[in-house]
Write a protein of this length. Structure first.
Length: 279
């Protein structure tokens, strides 16, 4: 067995902390950036803010800000920034799926200093019209289709290794963050029930299919999709109710479902191109 290190005297540790000099190291700041995705008029939108001050004054960016050191952790900072930029109250915020996407820390990504950003991905149904925060000139839901990434350098600064930008020239490396978020969202729809996070508590299978079609950018066969969804244990469960009106082509009123208790989808709902590749 490895030998145990001698127990340190708490007084010695406190003396060491009292003498500790945090300025002996180069400063590094931490921010959170939020990729908030929602469906508006059945189109996938992302929340962007227009920066009111340098750096990148006038450019569009993902909402976010500096973590309040000593006051909040990363998840709390992300929830605060999302609430401030979207106007979502505390009760509505509980319906938002918020997860950590990844960390972005290229030394030149922010011209002010070395800033490490912890990016978050948020899914929610039909979030309200955003309001610009104190450091933003404007805020708006922008269709993702107008922002799809294209090849080429962005404005991250010299030495930034990223080669992703969008048709709208986003500030910092936010084009790369958006690309990562869209990839994550498209993948998670295959293996998890998170598509339901874009819908109200009760929905039809057609509503669910519309989410998949919009985020994947693929038209899906209605009958095959319906069969696959109902074959996945715990994905959705029936409510026993139907919509108030029938479908656009008449016929019986569609049944209403709600999210089941599954955390992972097995079998997964693979994208059509991935299904073909597996075959």
């Amino acid at each position: 067995m490895p030998s145990q290190s001698p127990r340190q005297d708490p007084l010695d540790e406190q003396a060491w902390l009292d003498a500790y000099d945090p300025h002996a190291f180069a400063p590094v700041a931490v921010t959170v950036d939020i990729v908030a995705l929602t469906l508006r008029q059945q189109q996938l939108h992302v929340l962007l803010v227009q920066r009111a001050a340098p750096p990148f004054q006038g450019s569009w960016a993902l909402p976010g800000g500096f973590v309040r050191a000593g006051q909040e952790d990363l998840d709390q900072a992300a929830a605060r920034e999302l609430a401030e930029e979207t106007g979502v109250d505390t009760a509505a915020l509980r319906r938002v799926h918020l997860e950590q996407l990844g960390s972005f820390g290229a030394p030149a990504r922010d011209p002010r200093m070395h800033v490490v950003s912890v990016a978050y991905l948020a899914f929610a149904p039909d979030l309200p019209t955003p309001r610009a925060g104190t450091d933003a000139a404007a805020a708006a839901w922008i269709p993702v289709s107008s922002l799809e990434p294209v090849a080429g350098p962005h404005r991250g600064g010299p030495g930034d290794p990223s080669t992703t930008r969008t048709r709208v020239d986003l500030a910092f490396d936010h084009g790369a963050i958006l690309t990562a978020a869209l990839d994550r969202a498209r993948s998670k729809l295959e293996y998890t029930p998170l598509a339901t996070a874009f819908l109200d508590r009760e929905f039809t299978i057609s509503d669910l299919r519309a989410v998949y079609e919009e985020i994947w950018g693929e038209k899906l066969h209605p009958g095959n999709f319906h069969r696959k969804v109902l074959s996945v244990p715990g994905f959705v469960e029936g409510t026993g109710r139907t919509t108030a009106h029938g479908g656009s082509r008449g016929g019986p009123r569609p049944r209403l479902y709600r999210r089941g208790d599954a955390r992972l989808l097995h079998p997964a709902l693979l994208r059509p191109d991935r299904e073909e590749a597996i075959r």
